[in-house]
Design a binder for this molecule. Structure first.
Ligand code: ATP
Ligand code: MG
Length: 253
């Protein structure tokens, strides 16, 4: 399974989910690859040191470098590999302007390596531009994190429309794996109202597991750790572990 973690809204927990879903699946024994497609490079930084000038996903997508050349084993987690991103990724759209195969670059690049992994997680930037398009074309499943706050559903119509368009042609296999409610605070009326709204719109597509707002989850990346290493007994670790189980159930593997 290749799971794109996507929402063009910024700061909804895509990267936090990519990091901890990848780490959790790896801990469960799945050979897992985390592909960082965000120019901010935050998900790769949690697992591999930032080497200036090291080859990264920009070189793969823009210049045709073999994906094998950029994949690194995670330093602290076994069964986990990372394909890092760098700020150069922000130029991808300009670099590939006019190139007919632009939306297929990631799919083609992953073809020779994808069978080595049981799970591939794609972290995407907060846009519906070319990078996210590449992720949705290459993915088998899409997971949409939605933050339990004001305007939570703003933009989801555009996202769902994009997913439908991609399902209609370039990637008929693409399935919505689920909608993940993030940054949930069960003490606030607002969080509960937004949850009800999300459930009304997405019904059974909403994961039973919700990710609560937690300081531990916020702190872990600063220590270059997943939540399972940083605070294994925290609520956040429990919730992301439950999410991994639900993802495996839903993906049917
Ligand atoms: P972007 O759109 O910029 O890529 P994103 O969707 O990847 O953002 P994250 O980077 O995962 O979102 O999260 C945004 C901020 O919220 C980060 O500072 C992160 O540490 C924090 N955060 C994410 N999830 C939680 C949580 N459950 N509890 C507390 N803080 C969280
Ligand atoms: Mg992010």
């Amino acid at each position: 399974m290749i799971i794109a973690i996507t929402n063009q809204k910024g700061g909804v927990g895509k990267t936090t989910t990519a990091i901890n879903l990848a780490a959790g699946l790896a801990e469960k024994g799945l050979r897992t690859l985390l592909v960082d497609l965000d120019p901010q490079g935050n998900s790769s930084m949690s697992f591999v040191p930032l080497e200036p000038g090291a080859p990264n996903m920009f070189n793969v997508l823009a210049e045709g470098l073999d994906m094998e050349e950029v994949i690194l084993p995670a330093t602290t987690t076994s069964n986990l590999w990372v394909a890092p991103s760098r700020i150069a990724m922000a130029k991808l759209e300009v670099n590939l302007a006019g190139s007919l195969d632009a939306p297929y670059r990631l799919k083609d690049a992953m073809e020779p390596v994808k069978d080595r992994y049981d799970a591939i997680i794609l972290d995407t930037p907060p846009t519906l531009g070319l990078i996210t398009l590449n992720a949705l074309v290459a993915a088998s499943h899409v997971l949409i994190p939605i933050q339990a706050s004001y305007f939570a559903l703003e933009g989801t119509d555009d996202l769902l429309e994009t997913i439908d368009k991609i399902k209609a042609r370039p990637n008929t296999e693409l399935r919505l794996l689920g909608v993940l409610v993030t940054l949930f605070d069960k003490r606030t009326v607002l969080s509960r109202q937004v949850l009800a709204e999300i459930q009304e719109v997405f019904g059974d597509n909403v994961f039973e597991t919700m990710i609560s707002k937690s300081v531990r989850l916020e702190e872990a990346p600063a220590h270059q750790m997943s939540i399972f290493d940083y605070a294994p007994r925290s609520t956040g670790a429990y919730e992301y572990y439950r999410l991994c189980e639900e993802v495996l159930e839903r993906a049917g593997s």
